[in-house]
Design a binder for this molecule. Structure first.
Ligand SMILES: Nc1ncnc2c1ncn2[C@@H]1O[C@H](COP(=O)(O)OP(=O)(O)OP(=O)(O)O)[C@@H](O)[C@H]1O
Length: 264
């Protein structure tokens, strides 16, 4: 299913947080949404999973406005991992993942196979019988991703799925989801991961998309410096030839700033 975000503006509590965003996400492709803290990534994605209604414009999934579908039909089309999912119930990992099957008619064999596959991809099968209340941050995050996968939707919205994930899971889990047949919209902070796994990247700043397109073309040092205030060096990956960004930490601290951080 394709996704089209068409002239979308979003207001929350009387404040415009996203302004006039238009992006086409072809069926089966992955869109990375990047940008500094507070640039509007989560707010934009919330319109995809119907937590926010556009003030102007429309979000279309498979050419149908998301608000025009019944909640059940929407849940069969779009699954989402929000940034702050609470998990306070004393459920086992398998029970939480199986919640993803809720929008579908019960079919034990299919449900088992889809749940098993989701748990394998996110590498939580070994945790199946554990209470989610006992999990580490990264383990919980992988369970929440597995729940979204178990919903088996053609469109997947992931808001910072790499939160809490270690290097292996950042590189394996999220990359494998992006490579799947699903249409994926994913907010990411790691620009090198975005370059590696996304078909196109939208860069947000102050609620607007300031650049969108092929990752290698969009993520140029000058644009990154303008948006983030940090200038990276651009190199080619020695094996894939893909562009990679090298960042140098800003270690220059003035004596005054250094003093300000010392507790008295
Ligand atoms: N309910 C709200 N009321 C008022 N302002 C809000 C509300 N929710 C978000 N904002 C503001 O909207 C802006 C965009 O927030 P959003 O969460 O979309 O940013 P983000 O790009 O996802 O940031 P981050 O990288 O920190 O997750 C921020 O300035 C935020 O403070």
């Amino acid at each position: 299913m394709n996704v089209r975000i068409e002239g979308v503006s979003l207001d929350v509590s009387g404040r415009r947080l996203v302004e006039d965003v238009t992006i086409d996400v072809p069926s089966g492709s992955t869109l990375g949404v990047v940008g500094p803290n507070g640039s509007g990534k989560s707010t934009l994605l919330r319109a995809l999973y119907r937590e926010l209604q556009p003030s102007t414009g429309a979000v279309l999934v498979d050419d149908v406005e998301v608000g025009a579908r019944s909640l059940l039909d929407h849940a069969r089309a779009v699954a989402a991992l929000a940034q702050q999912e609470s998990l306070e119930l004393d459920f086992t990992v398998r029970e939480v993942v199986s919640l993803g099957r809720h929008p579908h008619p019960r079919h034990a064999d299919t449900d088992d196979a889809v749940i098993r596959e989701a748990m394998e991809l996110t590498e939580v099968s070994d945790l199946a019988g554990r209470s989610v209340l006992t999990l580490s941050g990264g383990e919980r995050q992988r369970v929440m991703i597995a729940r979204a996968l178990a919903q088996a939707t053609p469109v997947l919205v992931l808001d910072e799925p790499t939160n809490h994930l270690d290097l292996r899971h950042q590189l394996r889990v999220v990359a494998r989801i992006a490579a799947s047949a699903r249409t994926v919209l994913v907010a990411l902070h790691d620009l090198n991961l975005a370059v590696s796994i996304c078909d196109q990247i939208a860069v947000m700043q102050h609620g607007r998309v300031v650049a969108c397109g092929d990752p290698g073309t969009v993520l140029q040092p000058a644009l990154i410096e303008r948006v983030y205030g940090i200038r990276p060096d651009l190199v080619s990956h020695p094996e894939s030839g893909r562009p990679q960004l090298l960042f140098t930490p800003d270690l220059q601290v003035s004596p005054d700033e250094r003093q300000a951080h010392v507790p008295s």
